[in-house]
Design a protein around this ligand. Structure first.
Ligand SMILES: [Zn+2]
Length: 209
């Protein structure tokens, strides 16, 4: 019997933590049965990079692919979850130990999963991917990279470079995973971002088993 699917997406909720400066996440019930209406209806407004989401190349590459152009291959299939005990950034040395294979989908579990998501404010010290480590991932030929907080690159560090390197190489990026319940190893991955036309990113539901 197959093991059950595990949801590694974070719940979207009104006023949730987001990247500093990005639009607030507003989720409000605008029609309510409590007020005598025949149905409930929720209005939603947020950045495309809220919670668990994907980055399309268009996020940092002016003529890069947009969300609706994404092939399904990068987001459905076998993936590998690596656990790293980095305190600051993921470095080339950290990655060299992992024996990353070409064409792999890789997810990195760090202390972000337990620490950053438990905080009441944005965690500026989340573990991110250093620019040279991003280049190493490109050189290894990975297809998809997932991380367990809101950006692959650091806050006030090399956020721009890391995005430019990975998105410029056509890697599909999943950000904002919560891998707290996931042990390192091989999994089946299903990650389906909203088909937002022309968009540089999209919220997604991500499950593993
Ligand atoms: Zn993003």
């Amino acid at each position: 019997m197959k093991r059950p699917w595990k949801d590694v997406s974070v719940a979207l909720r009104d006023g949730m933590i987001h990247w500093p400066g990005d639009p607030e996440c507003h989720i409000k019930r605008v029609v309510s049965m409590d007020d005598g209406a025949v149905c409930n209806l929720t209005h939603l407004s947020m950045s495309a990079h809220t919670g668990t989401h994907m980055d399309a190349p268009r996020h940092f590459i002016a003529d890069g692919m947009t969300m609706e152009q994404m092939p399904l291959e990068p987001v459905i299939g076998r993936c590998r979850v690596f656990e790293l005990d980095c305190e600051d950034q993921i470095t080339v040395d950290d990655l060299k130990k992992l024996k990353i294979a070409p064409r792999q989908r890789v997810l990195f579990k760090t202390r972000n999963s337990t620490r950053s998501w438990a905080m009441n404010e944005f965690d500026k010290d989340f573990v991110s991917i250093r620019a040279d480590a991003a280049q190493y991932l490109v050189d290894q030929g990975v297809v998809t990279v997932g991380v367990d907080y809101l950006s692959i690159g650091g806050f006030n560090k090399d956020g721009v470079e890391t995005h430019q390197i990975m998105l410029g190489a056509g890697i599909w990026v999943i950000e904002g995973l919560n891998l707290a319940e996931i042990k390192p190893g091989y999994y089946e991955l299903i990650c389906l971002p909203l088909k937002l036309e022309g968009a540089d990113g999209a919220p997604c539901r991500v499950v593993l088993r």
